[in-house]
Design a protein around this ligand. Structure first.
Ligand SMILES: [Zn+2]
Ligand SMILES: [Zn+2]
Length: 422
């Protein structure tokens, strides 16, 4: 069994006096407290490297912590070891005759499972085992949402992989690998989730990677398109001819690759034969004049054929593309990166593309190393989060492998994504 020290719990009688020591005298940062109503306890976590200290404050006289302090005085209360498989750990302990407080794990904070081992078996120390929430499973499901008069259908062009370090910019690996596990080449799994908007017309926002890339490209980027946009559009009841408008958030290959396809003569042509393609003029110009830093992201076959076929519509500013749907520049990721805002029946949704590519990028400094103007990303994220919380915006995460859409909620100064029910 492999175990990692998660935290050390300390029973505290006088919180202010404890903070005067841990926070003020030692100079450690204390996180916002967490109320555990069922235990009648308030927990104040203090990060110390890979582990944390947990100051435990009773909120009622019948709290187990209050009783503990009454009996033994304040001090070390428990240590918590994190294990991969708590059921297996408990079975192994039981077989070896350890006395368990919890024979079966019970739900702990943030979706974890926990179980206590009696101090009599652990040489006088109360030991808590903890299994962190399993990472949500990657899905390429088609999911539908109703937004007033609009129907929003999240589709998929499969998965690909990018370097984890590049995806999280200045965030160190010990932090990001808690949210997403890299493969043996340090790459993390990313989805491509274009969005269909059905209103007075049928719109597709972005189109994934498409089918023009060779084996070498697929190898470098770990491409898995076994279930791709063709399959998921069909599942949504749509053929390529049904798309009236295609909107580009920007022209990087993982967003614009599916705009075009190769016909039987090997010629590259627009994939959606009836569609007008809407691209921001600044992004179009930047793609045509790619530089050494961003050139790998721009593949001319993804967008030049649109101009040749006469289906390209360049837009200069933030504007309405069809009733209830407008584009809004975010900058940051690249100079003219735009998101798409949908409003109908008093409800709002946002397709934020690479502004917040996955739910793991929720934290403000969790900004991709690819971004050309990271401080602009930061400013756009802050402004968007304020609006998203106030208006309860349904947010689409284009690259999240498991969660297509959710709501950004703020509690006790902490932000999280609550997945949307479909
Ligand atoms: Zn991009
Ligand atoms: Zn992207």
């Amino acid at each position: 069994m492999k175990a990692v020290l998660d935290h050390v719990g300390i029973a505290v009688k006088d919180l202010q006096a404890a903070l005067a020591f841990y926070r003020d005298a030692l100079g450690l940062a204390v996180e916002a407290p967490e109320e555990v109503a069922s235990q009648r306890v308030r927990a104040h976590f203090i990060p110390v490297g890979e582990s944390k200290l947990e100051l435990l404050e009773a909120t009622a006289t019948d709290s187990a912590i209050a009783k503990y302090i009454e009996k033994r005085g304040p001090g070390l209360h428990h240590i918590t070891l994190r294990v991969d498989d708590i059921h297996a750990a408990l079975a192994q302990l039981k077989q070896r005759g350890a006395r368990l407080v919890d024979e079966q794990p019970r739900p702990g904070a943030e979706g974890s499972l926990v179980a206590f081992i009696h101090p009599s078996s652990a040489h006088g120390v109360l030991v808590e085992l903890k299994q962190q929430r399993a990472a949500p499973r990657a899905t390429s499901h088609v999911t539908r949402y109703t937004l007033g008069e609009l129907e929003l259908v999240s589709v998929s062009d499969g998965f690909f992989r990018l370097d984890g370090g590049a995806m999280f910019g200045v965030v160190p690996k010990p932090l990001w690998e808690k949210k997403t596990t890299p493969d043996d080449r340090n790459r993390i799994l990313l989805a491509m989730r274009p969005l269909v908007v059905r209103g007075v017309r049928t719109m597709l926002i972005d189109a994934g990677l498409g089918d023009k890339d060779d084996q070498k490209f697929h190898e470098i980027y770990g491409v898995d398109r076994t279930r791709n946009l063709d399959h998921t559009l069909a599942e949504a009841g749509l053929a390529p001819e049904d798309i009236d408008i295609v909107v580009a958030t920007h022209l990087h290959f993982d967003h614009a690759g599916g705009f075009t396809t190769r016909d039987s003569n090997g010629r590259v042509r627009p994939k959606f034969p009836r569609a007008q393609y809407v691209v921001r003029r600044g992004e179009w110009d930047d793609a045509l004049q790619a530089n050494e830093r961003n050139r790998a992201s721009y593949i001319p076959d993804n967008y030049l054929p649109l101009a040749e076929a006469g289906v390209l519509q360049l837009v200069d500013d933030d504007q309405t593309i069809m009733p209830g749907v407008k584009v809004r520049r975010t900058g940051g990721h690249n100079r003219h990166h735009q998101m798409v805002i949908m409003e109908s029946g008093g409800e709002t949704a946002a397709f934020v593309a690479d502004l917040v590519p996955t739910t793991a990028h929720l934290g403000e400094p969790w900004i991709m190393g690819y971004d050309l103007y990271p401080l602009d990303t930061l400013a756009s994220k802050k402004a968007f989060y304020k609006e998203a919380v106030e208006k309860d915006i349904l947010v689409f995460f284009e690259h999240d492998p498991a969660i297509a859409a959710g709501y950004i909620r703020e509690e006790n100064g902490k932000r999280r994504v609550v997945p949307a029910l479909t």
